[in-house]
Design a protein around this ligand. Structure first.
Ligand SMILES: *Cc1c(COP(=O)(O)O)cnc(C)c1O
Length: 403
């Protein structure tokens, strides 16, 4: 098929980018290539360092046609030069951190992130001689004070799990640049529909494809997006040597999910507005955090940085959180009481502040106070799915009201 160079919209990219009819069969949908190895028409070297852009597929850990299609689609959606897929969001995060940082380097990391990331940076990286300073990255002064001559990377997550606190990407990109460091953004909660960090000054974007991009709760995966030269270096080390590759079957499922990402994000956002306003008016709810509501403490930044407010809500109940969580686990009929997020099904879970401090964040002093200003004794993290929002409100109301 002949292609003009006309720039297309995100909905068109979500459907078509990275894909094309199969040249051998004319198949319109992407092929699922499960082959681990590929028949060569001439003998080739055995080092991945010999691989170039136009090299044939040789071995699926080095590159796979179905995974490659997903990488190209994700790069198109993020406005990135290139993308690399991994077996999970954590594999993507670990690959980027381990691929970039050396013993003696310093990392400034958001003090509030996905729990797995928080534990990786606090527990594993220092063991390898990497210095880590967890900082409230919504506080630019705190980030500035944390920077050192050996700071190599600033890592943020925005909106951040589980309190939906935002970090200002252009401002942090500027600070990173001045410090000779790079900026990586875990944009899982935002998706490319809400925020395009590379266009705002970030060097790397990380996604848990398990969440909104796959979108259906049936495939774990992760990705790193960025400049082609940076990702080529990361591919040689982190994909080929650490080996945490995405299964082609999962890539195929995620490709299918990603095609409807723009439509789903519009529906997630619309549903989340209805549910967030319902919760805000509910007598048993103490506070609601949703970046789209004027009551969010950083609503002005959300409006500047997010083109879609996504489907994630955090709220505090009046009274005993764990007791309400138990009632939810037993009594919700539509919403699943479960971890994870970004699926077509609505999911809710309780994240107690004391628990998460003990297991993952270990904040004290002003940083703990800043967390508590958002979360109090704990939040319910609600991932608003694609059901009728009125049904979700009814489901929540029954349990909240104790009926
Ligand atoms: C889920 C998640 C991850 C980790 O993804 P997995 O696929 O579960 O490894 C990382 N960051 C954020 C923000 C997440 O929500």
């Amino acid at each position: 098929m002949k292609k003009s160079n006309r720039e297309t919209g995100l909905r068109t990219k979500a459907v078509h980018a990275g894909e094309g009819p199969d040249p051998a069969t004319g198949a319109s949908a992407p092929n699922l290539v499960m082959s681990t190895t590929y028949v060569l028409d001439q003998p080739l070297g055995f080092s991945a360092h010999d691989l170039g852009e136009d090299s044939p597929f040789i071995y699926t850990r080095w590159g796979n046609p179905t995974v490659r299609q997903l990488e190209q689609k994700l790069a198109a959606l993020e406005g990135a030069e290139a993308g690399l897929c991994f077996g999970s969001g954590m594999a993507a995060s670990a690959a980027l951190l381990l691929g970039l940082l050396n013993a003696g380097d310093h990392l400034v990391a958001s003090d509030t992130t996905y729990a797995g990331t928080a534990e990786l940076v606090r527990q594993s990286l220092p063991r390898l001689g990497i210095e880590v300073t967890p900082v409230d990255t919504s506080d630019l002064g705190a980030v500035k004070r944390a920077l050192r001559p050996n700071t190599r990377l600033i890592w943020i997550e925005t909106p951040a799990n589980p309190i939906l606190r935002l970090s200002d990407i252009p401002a942090l990109g500027g600070l990173a640049k001045q410090a000779g460091a790079k900026l990586a953004v875990d944009s899982t909660f935002a998706t490319p529909l809400a925020t395009r960090p590379l266009e705002l000054g970030a060097d790397f974007v990380v996604h848990a494809l398990t969440k909104y991009i796959g979108g259906h709760g049936d495939a774990v995966g992760g990705a790193v997006l960025g400049r082609a030269a940076d990702l080529r270096a990361l591919s040689l080390e982190a994909i080929i040597h650490y080996g945490g590759i995405l299964s082609p079957f999962n890539a195929w499922l995620i490709l299918r999910g990603a095609a409807t990402l723009p439509l789903r994000m519009a529906a997630h956002e619309a549903g989340a507005f209805v549910v967030a306003r319902f919760l805000e008016a509910h007598p048993r709810v103490a506070s609601v955090l949703y970046p789209g509501l004027p009551s969010h403490p950083q609503h002005e930044l959300a409006e500047r940085q997010m083109g879609n407010f996504s489907g994630m809500i955090a709220f505090q109940s009046k009274g005993d959180g764990p007791a309400l969580a138990a009632r939810m686990a037993e009594g919700l009929e539509i919403i699943h009481y479960a971890v994870s997020l970004g699926h077509h099904r609505s999911l809710i879970c309780w994240i107690g502040t004391e628990d998460v401090m003990a297991s993952s964040f270990a904040l004290t002093g002003a940083q703990l106070e800043a967390y508590r200003a958002f979360a109090g004794h704990g939040v319910f993290r609600l991932s608003v799915g694609l059901e009728d929002p009125e049904d979700l409100c009814g489901d929540l109301d029954r349990v909240l009201s104790g009926a």
